[in-house]
Design a protein around this ligand. Structure first.
Ligand SMILES: *Cc1c(COP(=O)(O)O)cnc(C)c1O
Length: 363
């Protein structure tokens, strides 16, 4: 196949990027217009880069209507480092944090937070194999908790919160790595949100953190400097050299989202894409969605077939048909179609056709 042909990439992350963003990065890779150097070759202290960083930040702010009293940071270390940074900065000595355990990533966040301080699991759906999001009345919240943490979309299990829970006075912290900006988000409901960029925002190596300004007062000067939100905010994420290229591509991706019509527009597209796929899964009993219906993710669509042998054939045939990344996470098995913002609707249509054909042939 010609090297420029792009296949349908269902990878859970790093994942498909918008073609217009890749094309612009390609066009300007050797020399940024008017600069004569690649974005990878210029100082992070240059006006060119600072403008580019600030434009990316302002585009993120405009896209999600983020109020002025929230700081927007572009850090490194992935969402996984946030599992540590959140408690290191927000969980004071003697305090306790509430975590809601809805999947493998929540579980990892809990394990890291426990190394830092006291954690209470306010609810867990582990006993139901993480096939659902808990109801509000299941939450056992701790009065006076330093914060409450959720995973807004469970990438591996294919479930998502349809709206954030009520957690009283505790600032709500959300790991939004796999559904950030997939639809409107009321940032004022949160104290802090974070997301590794490589699913819905750009390439790996950049982590978006949006933090309410008043929470920065909790960051102790005793923290390692790179792990201190206050220092990162005071330095506009330029305390040291950031991932300049990653921030550039994140900026192009956010610009693309804005050009589509912003979050309400992408939400409609995502609803339609996921709707088509779940309709095919539910059409007969041949495929079985693994998430409970009211908890189904619009980003990671997980399903199984009757036997592992059929699943093996599905992966094999789908790969031969030019689809990539449909094998589910090794921890849960089955199939997973990750259809993030940048995943084209034609690819969903093609998968639906493939699925009906596979059922006709093998059912
Ligand atoms: C992928 C993912 C992570 C891990 O992200 P890294 O950037 O690799 O650290 C954490 N949480 C969720 C919900 C994810 O989907």
């Amino acid at each position: 196949m010609p090297t420029t042909t792009r296949i349908y990439n269902f990878s859970a992350g790093p994942a498909v990027l918008p073609l217009p963003a890749l094309e612009e990065a390609q066009r300007d890779l050797i020399s940024l217009p008017g600069v004569g150097m690649s974005v990878m070759e210029i100082s992070h202290r240059s006006k060119t880069f600072e403008d580019l960083l600030n434009r990316a930040i302002e585009d993120v702010r405009a896209l999600a209507d983020i109020p002025a009293h929230y700081k927007i940071l572009m850090l490194q270390g992935g969402a996984t480092l946030q599992f540590s940074m959140v408690p290191m900065n927000l969980l004071g000595a003697g305090a306790s944090a509430d975590y809601i355990d809805t999947g493998s990533w929540s579980d990892k966040a809990i394990k890291e937070a426990r190394k830092v301080g006291k954690v209470s699991v306010a609810a867990s759906t582990k006993a139901d194999s993480y096939t659902r999001i808990p109801a509000q009345q299941e939450l056992k919240l701790t009065p006076g908790a330093a914060y409450a943490h959720i995973t807004s979309n469970n990438t591996i299990e294919g479930t998502e919160w349809k709206s954030p829970p009520e957690v009283g006075d505790a600032p709500l912290v959300a790991d939004t790595s796999s559904d950030i900006f997939s639809g409107p988000i009321d940032v004022s409901r949160f104290g802090l949100i974070y997301a590794g960029a490589q699913k819905n925002l750009g390439p790996s190596g950049v982590t978006l953190v949006v933090v309410r300004e008043d929470l920065l007062a909790r960051s102790s000067d005793a923290l390692p400097i790179m792990l201190n939100y206050k220092v990162q905010a005071e330095n506009n994420s330029l305390y040291n050299t950031p991932n300049t290229f990653g921030i550039y591509v994140l900026g192009l991706t956010v610009k693309w989202l804005r050009s589509l019509g912003g979050l309400p527009a992408i939400a409609r597209i995502n609803q339609r894409k996921a709707g088509k796929l779940y309709a095919e899964i539910d059409r007969t009993g041949f495929y079985r969605g693994t998430a409970q219906k009211d908890s189904r993710s619009l980003m990671n669509v997980t399903f199984r077939l009757a036997t592992e042998e059929l699943e093996r054939m599905f992966v094999e045939d789908s790969t031969a048909a030019g689809f990539d990344g449909l094998k589910g996470h090794r921890a849960v098995g089955g199939m997973r179609a990750s259809i993030y913002n940048a995943f084209p609707e034609e690819g969903v249509d093609a998968l639906v056709d493939f699925m009906s054909e596979f059922e006709r042939k093998r059912g």
